[in-house]
Design a protein around this ligand. Sequence first.
Ligand code: HEC
Length: 130
Amino acid sequence: MHKRTQSGRWLLGAALFLFMAIANTGYAEQPGKVTFSEDVFPILKYRCLECHAAGGPGTVLSGLDLETYEGLMKGTKYGPIITPGNAMVSNLNVLVEGRAGIRMPHNRKRLTKCEVQILRDWVNQGAKNN
Ligand code: HEC
């Protein structure tokens, strides 16, 4: 009798643990809401503006000026680098994720996983000026 109760408790504990583990994973996969002003712009500011502001080598060569939301959405001299809602095909994400021949930031340390994810979530959430 005594033994039975104990294993019952153990099972309940295991079930609870499993439930929480599963609930937790689900939560982690839900992308948090990302904003341009608080999440995206700070990354561009300290990782891209060195070269992608007026007169910088990145802006001069590609036409991409990252000082403002409008500049980011306008893209390069060849056209937009963002397809709102689709980070898979957006050049911005392709470049910072190293999925193309060249990677951005050019000749600099790559973005962290967390920064890459923020840019991905923001584009997938519609690339809004929020
Ligand atoms: C150290 C300078 C430097 C930094 C920092 C930098 N870039 Fe660039 N970027 C360049 C240069 C130079 C080019 C032009 C490359 C060329 O045309 O060969 C360029 C081109 C680009 C292009 C156009 C590529 C194409 O296919 O035409 C994009 C998009 C871009 N950069 C995004 C970014 C983003 C986003 C960041 C920050 C995460 C960033 N860059 C940081 C120098 C830089």
